[in-house]
Ligand binder design. Structure first.
Ligand SMILES: Nc1nc2c(ncn2[C@@H]2O[C@H](COP(=O)(O)OP(=O)(O)OP(=O)(O)O)[C@@H](O)[C@H]2O)c(=O)[nH]1
Ligand SMILES: [Mg+2]
Length: 305
């Protein structure tokens, strides 16, 4: 009997959701960083083996929104918990159960599907007791179907988690061919790679106020992929930071992005990056749509088949 199903992974920002999904798929489909709110879209990661196909959904970290952008990405995360077969709620073992976690637990409390608690980052635990303490705290507050400590980084206990997920899934079809691992087009992947390099290279307000827009992607006769992209920021002062002294920062962003895009797509890449100021874009619905931050109703269609 072949099994399949949809499994969403939710939690506060920075708990390791994208690291987990990339680790399970052994390929990077979602960007990762130590900055909160790295992920801004729902991203399907499709795990397929001989016994089952699990469509994991990586989601943006649920947080207290300060902009329209925050509201949109929170909405993506919370609506991903509808119409799935299992919810994975991820927390790091080393942070106390806070308001954010309570908010999420209240939200999923009435879901009539199994909810697993994933206690992540156990590679950082000095001893078992630290992890056990965290398990006890959460166990007191919520009736989880399973509580599974893992490390998304070292993949400790992740095979076990996959087995438990398979146990809970029902018989079902392969929704995707074996070689499909994500639902997003190349354009999205390129845009995210560039944004990730910016997150890694900058601090303070930049990571939160930046967006990347791909204007065009064209292959020329020599097989070179020409990419034209805008880095969108909100203020003039941020433009200076992104460009850097004599363009040094922009060059670093460009070089690192180009290398990863080339590796990912297997073609030589020419990357033309421009910096553009778009005042308060995070509160502007038209701009949010333009930069790809809208409720993605396209995976709903897949679910409703
Ligand atoms: N030591 C350790 N670090 C981890 C682990 N999982 C994630 N991290 C780190 O935690 C940080 C956040 O990881 P992400 O995967 O980007 O977190 P996220 O939950 O997707 O964050 P948002 O997209 O902002 O919601 C990164 O610096 C990761 O390297 C883990 O199992 N162990
Ligand atoms: Mg993420």
């Amino acid at each position: 009997m072949y099994k399949s199903g949809f499994v969403t992974i939710i939690g506060r920002p920075n708990v390791g959701k994208s690291t987990f999904i990339n680790g399970v798929l052994k390929q990077k489909i979602a960007i990762m960083s130590d900055k909160a709110q790295t992920t801004r879209n729902t991203i399907q990661g499709i795990y397929t083996d001989e016994e089952a196909q699990i469509v994991f959904i990586d989601t943006p970290g649920i947080h207290k929104p300060k902009h329209e952008l925050g509201k949109v990405i929170n909405n993506m995360a919370t609506s991903s918990a509808r119409d799935v077969d299992i919810i994975l709620f991820m927390v790091p073992f080393d942070e106390p159960l806070g308001k954010g976690d309570k908010y999420i637990m209240d939200m999923i409390e009435n879901a009539d599907i199994p909810i697993f608690l994933l206690i992540n980052k156990i590679d950082l635990a000095k001893n078992k007791n630290e992890v056990l303490k965290s398990i006890a705290t959460y166990n007191d507050k919520f009736n989880f179907a399973e509580i599974i400590p893992i490390s998304a980084m070292t993949l400790d206990n992740v095979d076990h988690l996959i087995d438990v997920i398979k146990d809970k899934l029902q018989e079902g079809p392969k929704y995707y061919p074996d070689d499909v691992i994500t639902n997003h087009p190349e354009k999205f992947i390129i845009q995210e790679i560039i944004r990730e390099k910016i997150l890694h290279l900058t601090k303070e307000e930049i990571p939160h106020s930046v967006a990347v827009q791909i204007l065009s992607m064209k292959k020329d006769e020599d097989g070179m992929l020409n990419i034209n992209a805008n880095i969108i920021i909100e203020r003039k002062s941020q433009k200076g930071i992104i460009i850097g002294k004599q363009g040094s920062m922009l060059q670093k962003i460009g070089t690192r992005s180009r290398k990863e895009i080339k590796k990912r797509l297997g073609t030589p890449v020419f990357l033309d990056l421009w910096v553009k100021i778009q005042k308060d874009w995070r509160n502007n619905e038209t701009r949010l749509n333009e930069y790809g931050y809208k409720l993605d109703d396209y995976w709903w269609i897949i679910l409703k088949e």
